[in-house]
Design a protein around this ligand. Structure first.
Ligand SMILES: CC(C)(COP(=O)(O)OP(=O)(O)OC[C@H]1O[C@@H](n2cnc3c(N)ncnc32)[C@H](O)[C@@H]1OP(=O)(O)O)[C@@H](O)C(=O)NCCC(=O)NCCS
Length: 160
């Protein structure tokens, strides 16, 4: 698999919205994604599989994305997802690592994120990447609780 991570820009908001629809029950539209990408300190990456070994199962094309924001010494994952055919192949971790490294390079000392308390896959990914729970927002997602997590960015090593 030749998976490239390419910078997300405003021209990609329709593409991002299409992936968001596949990955989330309450997806963001292209206008919200454009507004998100236009915020100060916002950035994103889109994973593109240009050379799939299993084109029937994993057609070449976009496979996932991450948007984050790094500003005033803090960073936040705004949204992250991997399309179903590419899940559990390390791509979510790779996207998250890239956001962590870029946020540290932008001067952030900590990264925050939120995940639904029943999102087993996301919580496992974040725990593996050393995020720790620092709060709980009751009923944040349409009646579901949100776990607030934080990771110190001083601990990122050169290999991540
Ligand atoms: C969460 C998500 C981005 C993970 O992407 P991914 O590419 O499958 O993640 P990775 O392959 O990098 O997995 C890294 C680790 O996370 C954990 N993990 C990922 N998916 C998991 C699952 N379904 N169940 C349990 N653990 C899981 C595992 O520890 C995994 O390591 P392992 O495969 O060596 O065991 C993906 O499931 C997704 O897009 N979900 C829908 C959108 C979403 O919920 N986004 C997050 C919102 S907060």
């Amino acid at each position: 698999m030749t998976m490239e991570l390419l910078p997300a820009a405003l021209v990609h908001t329709e593409l991002l919205a299409g992936m968001h629809r596949i990955c989330f029950a309450d997806p963001w539209g292209s206008d919200s994604l454009a507004a998100t990408l236009s915020m100060p300190g916002a950035a994103g990456l889109i994973a593109v599989d240009g050379d799939s070994l299993e084109p029937a199962l994993r057609p070449p094309g976009p496979a996932g994305f991450v948007l984050w924001r790094a500003i005033a010494g803090e960073a936040e994952i705004l949204t992250i997802a991997v399309l179903p055919p590419w899940r559990r192949s390390g791509l979510g971790g790779r996207l998250l690592d890239a956001a962590l490294v870029a946020s540290q390079a932008a001067g952030a000392e900590a990264m925050f994120l939120e995940a639904a308390a029943d999102n087993v896959a996301a919580l496992a990914l974040y725990q593996k990447r050393e995020f720790r729970q620092v709060g709980l927002r009751k009923g944040y997602y349409a009646g579901k609780d949100a776990v607030v997590m934080r990771r110190d960015l001083h601990t990122i090593g050169p290999c991540e």
